[in-house]
Every structure is written in structure tokens, then in C-alpha cells.
Design a protein around this ligand. Structure first.
Ligand code: PMP
Length: 407
């Protein structure tokens, strides 16, 4: 059975050993945030216990040690996404901050009234609202490529929406609601043929599959560490060095300057130019450990494992006539969103929780996508490397309970 060999890794996650309502916890909400393996928890704690100090300018040993551990993570990230240069790795709070940074520092200065920024109909709010902020401020327009009925991106629709006025394209790699994996290589090719730079929102691809920003042809790529088995409050912006070098800072403060005078300041080179203030030192160090953990498990294996769980869930849910899966694109990642006729997703989520099954219910920060599929909300089960068939069985058993109580 493909992927079944990941079973031993479940033991690495302390919270998953905790019973929920006297049942084995079926944690099916990794798309929102992944649980943390012991090595990540230990790494953060080890930093505070043994060598924590503020980084960069310290002459004493603790500071040098923490600086080295912190800076070492740039190389880990570089290898994780196959970036050409570790100076292209910017530490941020998460994908949301990264997209806002690119919107404000890279895109906003180039926008004239009537220009266009192109996104898709399946974007997370984090890849919608930052573009509304910059287009509204400059008189530019936000243009949206449509989504097909099966939840895949309408590529003809996308092509048709690339115009003379398109200045930037920002696209989600893997939809957090549908699980659709978008053909990002094709999109960057189309865009570059017209000289348009592209940001790939990798919040849901970095945790689940091998990532190669060069093969992808991206100009910018971003992800959040809390979804790649790392800590909260840490994330990555990768951008091509030439872009980063041409960009003004997003925030001002300590650590992002070369010299400061009241008459004017000189900014540091990237990546420091975009890292104002004291960063999340222990969090960044633990972020690196999360990525190394994923590498040790193997990202091809993680993807195969999660897709095999998705296939099993589809198989088990196929017998339910009144259950509608939203998002059935071929080759999806391990996310299944569904609704059941006549039962509100929030009621399902509450009853499933009583059965020890943790799923997300709601709009998943994709309200326009909910409107596209004419549902107010869905139940979403999403897989991580620690899930197994028993979790899917618990979900199906829980849904039987839902039916018996509310059906
Ligand atoms: N994009 C996608 C596709 C996401 O799933 C998320 C997180 N749910 C984000 C962006 C934003 O990530 P964060 O909240 O960690 O900044």
C-alpha cells in the first residue's frame, strides 16, 4: 500500500498521543496548521535553554552562536526550495506578511491607473486583500481568473485575462480549500512571455510536496513555517535576487540599514533590507528543524502518502448519496472539502469533535470560492504526514453519528 510506511512518524508528535473524548485523536486539520514533532519543540526550547541571545551585532559567544544557528536556516531553506542563492531567503512572519511585502514594495510602485493585477478565483484571503489594498490605492484593477466546476483553474480563462495592462500575477500553488494543484510552470511561462512577474503562494505546497522555485519559474514564492511542521510566527519569502535588490524596504527599523542619519538612511542589501527589527530567532531556528524533518521523511513519500489517504477517503465517502465533494480536480493534494444536504457544516464539526475528529468548518478564508460553488461553508478534512486510514475511518464513523443525530 503506497505511503503506509509513514506510520512510525506519528509517534514523533506529542499532541497526537493525547486522547480526545477517550478516543484516539483524528487530527484532520493540517491545512490550517500542522502539529509539531518533538524535534521542533526541542529545537526551540534548546535555543532558549542553551544559547539564546539577540543576533547579529553581539560580540559575545551566545550571540555569535544564536546568529550562526539563525543564519544557518537560510541555507536549509535554500536547499528546501532549490533557490539559487541564500541571500534570496527572507525571514518573515508568514505567508500573509510575505504577500503584503511583495504587494507594497515590488508591485505598488509600478502600478498606474488602469493597470491590472491578476489572481485566481481560488485564492486565500491572504492573496486577495493585499492586492485590493495596492490596486485601490493606485487606481489599478484586480482581475480574477475563473475556476472550473471540478475546482481546477480555468486556464483558457486565465490566458484570456492576461492583457497589455497586466503588471503582476499572483497564484496559489495548492488550494487550501479544494486541494487543487495548479499548473504553476505553465502560468509562469505564459506570464514571462509577456514580461510579467509571478508570485506563487506556496502555503499549501511547501508542506506537502517537493518544491523547486527554479523549475517553477517563480519570481517570488512564500510559505508559513507553522504548516511545514515548524513553529508559529515564522515564514519565508523567497524572491529573485535582482527583484529584491531593486525593491525598497517594507518596514523600517534596526537591522535593515547600513547607515542612519536624520538627513536620510542607507538600506542594507537583501535579505536584511526586509528584516527590520529583532526577528523570531528561536522560531526561525526551529523552522529549519521542521524543514529538515520533512526532508528526512521524504517529500515524495509525504505526497504519495497523503494522496493515498485522499483516495481512501474518496472511496469511503463515495457511498454517501447526499454528500457533495467540492473540488474533484485530478491529481489533487490531500484536502477534501464537502457538504451534506440539509446539515450545516458547523453542526457536523461539533459532533465530529465529540467523536475525537478535528476538522475545519467554515469558508477557510476563501469566501469568493464559497460563492463560486454556492455554499456558505464546507467541512474540510486535510491530511498531514502523521495521518492514517484509522483517521479516515474515524471521520466516516463520525459522519454516521452526525447522520443518526441530525439526518
Ligand atoms: N495562502 C494559503 C493558500 C493558505 O492556506 C494560508 C493559510 N491558511 C495562507 C496563504 C496564509 O498563511 P498565514 O496565515 O500563515 O500567513
Amino acid at each position: 500500500r503506497p505511503g503506509a510506511d509513514l506510520a512510525p512518524y506519528r509517534a514523533d508528535f506529542p499532541v497526537l498521543q493525547r486522547p480526545m473524548n477517550d478516543r484516539r485523536l483524528a487530527f484532520l486539520d493540517s491545512a490550517a496548521s500542522a502539529q509539531k514533532p518533538q524535534c521542533v519543540i526541542d529545537a526551540e526550547r534548546d535555543c532558549y535553554e542553551r544559547y539564546y541571545a539577540n543576533i547579529h551585532r553581539g560580540v559575545y559567544q551566545l550571540s555569535q552562536q544564536s546568529t550562526q544557528a539563525f543564519e544557518n536556516v537560510r541555507g536549509i531553506v535554500q536547499r528546501f526550495i532549490n533557490a539559487p542563492d541564500e541571500r534570496e531567503v527572507v525571514f518573515v512572519r508568514g505567508a500573509t506578511e510575505a504577500i503584503n511585502l511583495v504587494a507594497q514594495s515590488f508591485v505598488r510602485p509600478m502600478l498606474q491607473p488602469g493597470d491590472e493585477v491578476l489572481i485566481t478565483g481560488m485564492e486565500h484571503h491572504a492573496n486577495i486583500v493585499p492586492w485590493q489594498l495596492v490596486t485601490e490605492a493606485t487606481g489599478a484593477h484586480l482581475v480574477v481568473a475563473p475556476v472550473l466546476d471540478d475546482g481546477s483553474l480555468d486556464m483558457d480563462g486565465l490566458r484570456a485575462r492576461i492583457s497589455e495592462r497586466t503588471r503582476f500575477i499572483s497564484v496559489v500553488h495548492v488550494s487550501n480549500t479544494l486541494g487543487t494543484i495548479n499548473p504553476v510552470e505553465t502560468i509562469t511561462e505564459l506570464a514571462h512571455a509577456r514580461g510579467i512577474p509571478v508570485l506563487i503562494d506556496g502555503a499549501q505546497s511547501a508542506p506537502h510536496m517537493p518544491v523547486d522555485v527554479q523549475a517553477m519559474g517563480a519570481d517570488f514564492y512564500t510559505f508559513s513555517a507553522h504548516k511545514t511542521y515548524g513553529p508559529n510566527g515564522s515564514g519565508i519569502l523567497w524572491g529573485r535576487l535582482a527583484h529584491l535588490q531593486a525593491m525598497p524596504p517594507y518596514q523600517g527599523g534596526g537591522d535593515m540599514i547600513r547607515t542612519v542619519r536624520f538627513e536620510g538612511s542607507e538600506y542594507a542589501e537583501p535579505p536584511q533590507r526586509f528584516e527590520a527589527g529583532t526577528p523570531n530567532i528561536a522560531g526561525v531556528i526551529a523552522t529549519g528543524v521542521g524543514l529538515e524533518y520533512m526532508e528526512a521523511v521524504g517529500r515524495d513519500r509525504i505526497l504519495a502518502h497523503e494522496q493515498s489517504l485522499l483516495a481512501y477517503a474518496n472511496e469511503r465517502l463515495a457511498e454517501w448519496d447526499d454528500l457533495r465533494v467540492i473540488g474533484t480536480a485530478p491529481g489533487k493534494a490531500g484536502v477534501i472539502s464537502f457538504v451534506i444536504d440539509g446539515i450545516h457544516p458547523h453542526d457536523m464539526g461539533t459532533i465530529l469533535d465529540m467523536e475525537g475528529v478535528a476538522v475545519r468548518v467554515g469558508h477557510h478564508c476563501t469566501q469568493p470560492l464559497m460563492e463560486r460553488f454556492d455554499v456558505p461553508a464546507t467541512v474540510r478534512a486535510s491530511f498531514g504526514l502523521y495521518n492514517d486510514r484509522a483517521d479516515v475511518d474515524a471521520l466516516v464513523d463520525g459522519l454516521h453519528k452526525v447522520k443518526s443525530l441530525l439526518g
